[in-house]
Design a protein around this ligand. Structure first.
Ligand code: SF4
Length: 552
């Protein structure tokens, strides 16, 4: 189970390399991308591929055709065969998954109760399944999102627009119920926030919401009948159904009552203010832990799973049944140089005094004749340094918050290009830090400016208070580990194969001080973080590149 497409390709390649015949593997692709209809409207009146599905599947021999092909069931091939036979490719891929010994899919198909596959949410369904969670550090935040549903007035209003003006009883009843739901959200938000924008913890009684839900549930069947008669209002994503699902999830979690589930009232600003009720899940360990416990076993892996207790606690692994193992990097350590520069202070309070010096350091450390990536904790910080930066031998590219895909591709093309070397300034946690790979000569240096702790804000502070209370590790779990994980993940872009070589430079005095330095991987420090300090880091970098291939 993996989070990103890039990782899925790796998992598929690994399975294919293991194939000796006799068993099958499959990659599950999201429904929207496996849909053969113009839009995802899974109803036989609106989708040819849903009509007479069972009969066509059998008559046209779709499953035998696919199962007699290569042992890895590739989504492109499944799509082509199913499309030609006029049956739904996504449904076919689910049927095939039942025949496969290994399934590669996104986390949400296992851990998100809203869309878990093959009845995986059911007791016993995972008994014979071994879960392998790749890039497991990502699952902490993803799982938190699965259990943080929201109910927004804008969504309720959208649903009302579907039913208002129709004279059928079901529409009038729905309109009235949605109206009372809208009022309820407005009342809670105004009670908590007055006229202000923002987010505030509230006490939220689940009973009134549960009553609305019950009444709405009773209208679902008549509503679908009404829709079938009014083909023109059949929508791919039905706003009425969306509200019902959100309401169900919010109500369920409120009724659960766990102290890690915090009700919030929120108002966003902008052109049209919107109010919403949200259950904010501070810790999804109880839920992910339940899924893990129902499986035959679970292996969670990542380049950044330390400190192990953090991930063990927050993913819900049972301490008595969990083993940890730390494996050395498979790549030669002489392929990379790691330096830490601790003469500057990048804490929020102190950084303004150091912008100029940081710009000088970035310039001094720039890899001669090669590309470098310089990462900052925020766009504001990045801009301050960029405006002071002078690197005549490099082209400076700057990531902006609103970069389009095209701009990103252009920047990557320039990194690949072989023209004047590029120094790319980007933010930690962003697409250039985590979303792309830089094979071979594309990237020779990653400079990380500051440990990139998440910004202090009401939600982080709620997390901190909860982790303090639960694990006595508030700052560490809410700020420190997520920040340092980003640093190590970003630096990990540099060396992805035995051929990759380059420099990692860390800029800030905190990297060599506690509690930060003990979170630097042993593979970087040899257990001795102070060894990363150099008398003349710029000279060390130049020397590394000279030795690399004899050219400066
Ligand atoms: S049934 Fe399949 S092909 Fe038809 S709309 Fe749904 S996902 Fe698309």
């Amino acid at each position: 189970h993996t989070a990103k497409t890039m990782q899925q390709q790796l998992a598929v390649a690994t399975l294919q390399a293991m194939q000796t015949g006799g068993w099958r593997s499959i990659q599950i692709r999201a429904k929207a991308r496996m849909c053969a209809n113009q839009e995802v409207v899974c109803h036989e009146d609106f989708c040819l591929h849903a009509r007479d599905y069972g009969a066509k599947l059998a008559q046209r021999g779709v499953l035998p055709a696919l199962l007699s092909g290569p042992p890895h069931l590739d989504p492109d091939r499944t799509f082509a065969v199913a499309h030609a036979a006029e049956v739904c490719p996504f449904e076919v891929s689910l049927e095939l998954a039942r025949e496969a010994s290994a399934v590669v899919c996104d986390y949400n198909y296992v851990f998100d109760p809203a869309i878990a596959l093959f009845g995986l949410a059911d007791e016993g369904a995972l008994e014979d399944t071994l879960l392998v969670v790749d890039e497991a550090h990502n699952l902490v935040d993803r799982a938190r999102e699965y259990f943080s549903p929201r109910l927004a007035r804008s969504a309720v209003r959208q649903a009302r627009r579907i039913v208002e003006g129709h004279r059928q009883k079901v529409c009038r009843d729905l309109d009235e119920l949605l109206g009372s739901l809208d009022e309820l959200i407005e009342r809670e938000a105004s009670g908590a926030l007055g006229e202000r924008e923002g987010s505030r913890r509230i006490e939220l009684d689940p009973r009134p919401l549960a009553e609305v839900r019950l009444a709405l549930d009773a209208l679902v069947a008549p509503y679908f009948t009404f829709k079938r008669r009014n083909a023109e209002i059949w929508l791919a994503r039905d706003p009425v159904v969306d509200v019902l699902l959100s309401l169900a999830r919010v109500t369920d979690l409120l009724q659960d009552g766990g102290r890690e589930l915090v009700p919030l009232a929120e108002r966003s600003g902008g052109g049209e203010p919107d109010e919403q009720l949200r259950v904010y899940c501070l810790d999804a360990a109880r839920f992910t832990g339940a899924t893990i416990a129902r499986s035959a076993g679970c292996v969670a892996m990542s380049a950044t799973l330390e400190p192990f207790e953090f991930y063990r606690d927050l993913l819900g692994f049972d301490p008595d049944r969990t083993d940890t193992v730390s494996l050395p990097s498979p790549f030669p350590s002489e392929n990379r140089l790691i330096v830490a520069v601790d003469e500057v202070d990048t804490t929020f309070r102190a950084r303004a005094r150091w912008y100029g010096r940081i710009a000088e350091l970035v310039a001094e450390l720039a890899p001669p004749g090669r590309n470098g990536l310089v990462l900052f904790p925020s766009y504001a910080f990045l801009q301050e340094v960029a405006s002071r930066l002078f690197v005549p031998d490099h082209t400076v590219e700057v990531q902006r918050g609103d970069d389009s895909d095209r701009l990103r591709r252009e920047i990557l093309a320039r990194l690949r290009g072989g023209g004047k070397p590029v120094l790319l300034l980007a933010v930690l946690g962003g697409v250039f830090a985590e979303g792309v790979d830089y094979p071979g000569e594309m990237l020779s240096e990653v400079v990380v400016v500051s440990p990139a702790l998440p910004q202090v804000g009401p939600e982080r502070e709620l997390l901190k208070a909860y982790f303090d209370d639960r694990y006595e590790r508030g700052f560490e779990y809410a700020y420190l580990v997520p920040g340092m994980t980003r640093v190590v993940q970003a630096a990990g872009r540099l060396i992805r194969s035995a051929e990759d070589r380059g420099v990692i430079a860390l800029i800030c005095k905190r990297f060599l001080a506690e509690p930060y330095r003990s979170l630097l991987p042993d593979a970087w420090t040899g257990g001795e973080p102070a060894s990363l300090r150099r008398d003349d880091p710029a000279a060390a970098v130049r020397e590394f590149f000279v030795n690399l291939d004899g050219r400066p």
